[in-house]
Ligand binder design. Sequence first.
Ligand code: PMT
Length: 407
Amino acid sequence: MSEDESRCEAASHQKTVLLGVTGCIAAYKSCEIVRLLQKAGVRVKVVMTEHATEFVGPLTFRSLTHEPVGVGLFDNPSDPIHHISLAQEADLFLIAPCTANVIAKLANGLADDLLTTTALATTAPLVIAPAMNVNMYENGATRYNIGKLHIRGARIIETGDGYLACGDVGKGRLADVEDIVSAVLDELGLSRDLAGKRVMVTAGPTVEPIDPVRYISNHSSGKTGYAIARAAALRGADVTLVSGPVSIAPPEAVRTVRVRTALEMFEAAQEAFGAADIAVFAAAVADVRPKQAAPRKLKKGEADAALGAIELVENPDILATLASSKKRQVVVGFAAETDDVVANAEKKLSTKHADLVVANQVGEGKAFGTDDNQVWFVDDEGVEELPRMSKERLADAILDKALEFVR
Ligand code: PMT
């Protein structure tokens, strides 16, 4: 799969939030909402009212989201029914901050600009975070309009209490951005059970050079480790992905450390392991490396002789070494076996000091590079055979299981 194709595949798993920004002093806080949603692995597109552009320029949101920002109904000549395409693209429409005026329009089905037209056209869940002066907020008309939206199924995020930009004190302040984002993720069904946890994942193969053009490696595509890293980020974890060379795109909202050799992977994993709460070792690390890589390409005849006599040395066992000094870390190792899969995984559970070993059969086109896999969970309590499933679902199953060990 090419990098472009894999980016498309990653995007197809990603939720899209359409963020509506209306004309309010709190509009600057929408920039932080964009950042937090992106951190949770969500794609954000922004639509603004004309008044909102008086507070924050569309360029700011375009730069933050790397997506076009919609303002006028007819601004996009290539898409004459822009409100319909935006409405269809959204998994959720969040309007934050939402003024009393826009609340009134939404409550009454008025559609006189891109934002309100899109709101009327979408079937996606609507989340509204109001922000306004206390008297406007407490005005019967606003209360009535908010009530109408609530009855129609919109989720209203209560405003905060305190000093307002206008100098008044009371209700009307935009809710905390973290609460808004949390409500959105909740509405999207994105579980946040790893919030506050640090997760480290190793993924992909390592590449051990023989000379500048030849190397020892294996068929790992990185799909398994990348799926685990992406799932952990979506569930709220702070994720470090230590990746060998692969051709798939790195997940959003994940710190990716690119390495090539086992020694480089060891160094990067060691750095991340200390702070990790959960460490998942999905990489297929080359067990050996040529003692000395030739500085120049070996010529054909020369290569035959040199390759025959190549001196190999053992690479460090990254998992076993790091796990032997584990403290609070939950350690998840893998076992890739052609035969006696479970028995070999049981041995690795103790020799590698893992809390859980995910055992899978390899060879004959299995596991390496595939989109799905069938594994066994092996731990001190016993063995659990899982049905074949996509690597995305498997990632969540592994994280669910790892959470059982969190100390
Ligand atoms: O990347 P994909 O194409 O999605 O393929 C997924 C996979 C087959 C690579 C994955 O499911 C898998 O099995 N990963 C582990 C591969 C492996 O090297 O297994 P192993 O049985 O040789 O090693 C056991 C464990 O020790 C693994 O967690 C491995 O990461 C770790 N190890 C091994 C050697 C070494 N020097 N350092 C290590 O940390």
